[in-house]
Design a protein. Structure first.
Length: 502
């Protein structure tokens, strides 16, 4: 097996070209071509009918709400909406395709030629990259396979596979970028920023819940490398990456892998690959088919789609505020600059900060916890901050306890630990762990006297005017009280005890 090349070396020797194909499951009440419900988590194979199972004699009918949603998505991505398009059959056999073909769009997508500007934080300040969008087209989703009995959850090594067709036929939109060049070493960050921005736009439009953990937003990441000035290299396609963090890691991993292959004189194979969360590496999937292998032909059971231009303009006028404009407004309200805003976006916590501010927490406090402590823990656990189990309400209550003097920042971090461990609300964790700040003067004075008795020379130094020596006593008291004392109050009581003015 060829060794990967260290990332810094890889992006010095090669130029990466990336392309992203993002699939968004629409949040319609019924499927694309039938009236079956789309509820996530229903019992397997209970939301199916002859149409989405492809039984003989069944006839599909287009979902009007899905058409409206995809046009709004295209407009939000600065695309042109075509005057006429049609559906096609994409033929291939796979167990999760009940009809052995997928109704999709081939050479006549409904939205084309768009773009999305994304911002990436660098040491030299924020940089904006324009990601051009080739097409936004509609199709139906496939079913879901569960491979049982193996160690990895994949088909290789599994004892058997189960198929659930509930998802088959749910409206699915594919957003395909043009090749993205000129990103250099920032390619992984640009990929993550693009998917993040796309997710925020879809959420703002209300067309999907865009929950990557539930598969309603999935990303296929294409990567190729070439030496400076040479033609583009052969690309790989890492399929179904299901978190923002994993998008970045998958692109980085493929750059390192392909650079190692090319440096060793090998040839990159055009294939699909799977990303493994545990190792951060990709492994081969299948040889990538060309378009002709799918034997596309026009869907004979569906009429073409011709959106009325006046209706399209009505939809354009009804679009919500763009995330970039929304961020600028929030930055002004919160009194922060571009760098601080880009940091929140890249950490994936902007929406969480906004929800926390709406819950009554100051912007500074909300940013401090989400962009600081909680992002740190999320990175350590290799999850998204929103998956930690901490809510804006939790942060609001912790801030109330800090303001009342019942907690300090150090104790607050322990409260967060308890909440993330499932120990209950902030108040329940404080009570169970005995984390309230020690504010009783008698208890603090007793701890001060004990510390002075253990270090009598410190008391003499303080009395002699070396007030900075008080830090040793304050530290001893904080240790004795397990960090539950108010350090400022301890210092005040200590100097008062020794008759020393500040």
């Amino acid at each position: 097996m060829t060794e990967s090349m260290p990332y810094a070396e890889a992006v010095t020797e090669f130029e990466p070209v990336i392309g992203l194909e993002v699939h968004v499951e629409l949040g319609t009440e019924s499927k694309m071509f039938c009236s079956c419900p789309t509820t996530f988590g229903a019992e397997p194979n209970t939301q199916v009918c002859p149409v989405c199972l492809g039984l003989p004699g069944s006839m599909p009918v287009m979902n009007g709400a899905a058409i409206e949603s995809i046009i709004r998505m295209g407009l939000a991505l600065n695309c042109s909406v075509v005057e006429w398009c049609r559906m096609a059959r994409k033929n291939y056999f796979y167990p999760d395709m009940p009809k052995d073909y997928q109704v999709s769009q081939y050479d006549e997508p409904i939205c084309v030629d768009g773009y999305l500007d994304v911002t990436v934080t660098t040491d030299d300040g924020p940089r904006v990259f324009r990601v051009e969008i080739e097409r936004v087209h509609m199709e139906e989703d496939t079913g879901k396979l569960t491979h049982a009995g193996g160690a990895t959850g994949r088909i290789h090594g599994a004892d058997y596979s189960l198929v659930d067709y509930n998802r088959a036929g749910i409206p699915l939109v594919e957003i395909v970028t043009k090749p993205v060049t000129g990103t250099g070493a920032l390619a992984p960050e640009v990929a993550r920023a693009y998917v993040t921005e796309l997710r925020d736009i879809m959420r703002g439009l209300g067309v999907s819940d865009v929950k990557m953990e539930e598969g309603s937003l999935r990303c296929d990441a294409n990567v190729s490398l070439n030496r400076p000035g040479a033609d583009w290299g052969t690309r790989s396609e890492t399929k179904n990456v299901n978190s923002l963090r994993s998008v970045e890691r998958a692109v980085r991993s493929e750059i390192e892998r392909q650079a190692g292959v090319l440096a060793a004189g090998g040839r990159v194979t055009q294939e699909t690959r799977h990303f493994h969360e545990d190792t951060g590496q990709t492994t081969p999937g299948r040889s990538k088919e060309q378009a002709e292998d799918y034997r596309y032909f026009p869907e004979p059971d569906l009429v073409p789609i011709a959106p009325d231009p006046a209706w399209v303009e009505e939809l354009r006028a009804s679009l919500p505020e763009q995330p970039s404009i929304h961020r600028a407004r929030l930055a002004e309200q919160w009194g922060i600059g571009d760098f601080e805003m880009a940091t929140l976006v890249n950490a994936g916590v902007l929406g969480l900060v906004e929800e926390t501010v709406a819950a009554g927490v100051s912007p500074d406090a909300a940013r401090k916890w989400w962009a600081g402590e909680l992002t740190r823990v999320a990175n350590e656990r290799e999850v998204e901050p929103g998956e930690l189990g901490v809510s804006p309400t939790d942060i609001g209550r912790i801030e109330e306890l800090i303001a009342s003097g019942s907690l300090n920042d150090k104790l607050a971090r322990q409260v967060f630990e308890g909440i993330m461990a499932g120990e209950g609300s902030a108040d329940e964790v404080v009570a169970a762990r005995g984390l309230a700040v020690v504010s009783d003067d008698g208890a603090l004075l007793a701890a001060i006297d004990e510390a002075l008795a253990a270090q009598p020379d410190i008391a003499e130094k303080i009395k002699a005017g070396k007030v900075q020596a008080a830090g040793a006593i304050v530290g001893a008291v904080m240790k004795a009280t397990r960090g539950q004392a108010d350090a400022g109050k301890v210092r005040e009581l200590l100097l008062e005890r020794l008759g020393v003015a500040e």
